[in-house]
Design a protein. Sequence first.
Length: 149
Amino acid sequence: MKIKHILFVCTLLLVAACSKNEDPAPVVPVPGDYSGTVSVIYEGVPFDTEGVSVSFAPSADGSTADITIYKIRFVPKMPVTIDVTIPGVKLTVAGEKILLSCDNVVPLAMGGEFPAYTVTGLTGTLEGDDLEFSLNFGSYPTSFDGDRK
């Protein structure tokens, strides 16, 4: 009878050793290119542009990132496309998501700053291969929803 008890205890110890709960590796922001849809509310009407490329470039310490939107036409009347960078977007890890945020950031385009289109209220998430964010460029509500290329 003692041998059965000893075997039972050994089995329990073996099972307990094998079922160790290890914390998952923390989510780390990595550079990536995304393709998706930009939507701008212009004169009260959504203006969607599909197939827009966006680059996500985190800082070395992972606390911020620059987001660049390539070849975007924000409104139907805009005669050219431009590349716009939103510098210094704050990154916060929350479980398996990376939260994006910033407020009162002057975007960069065509070699200079564009204070008339200061970014306000940027919020978003990067989760797996999905990047989405919304913000105001000046008075224009804008959003992006895309997937890693």
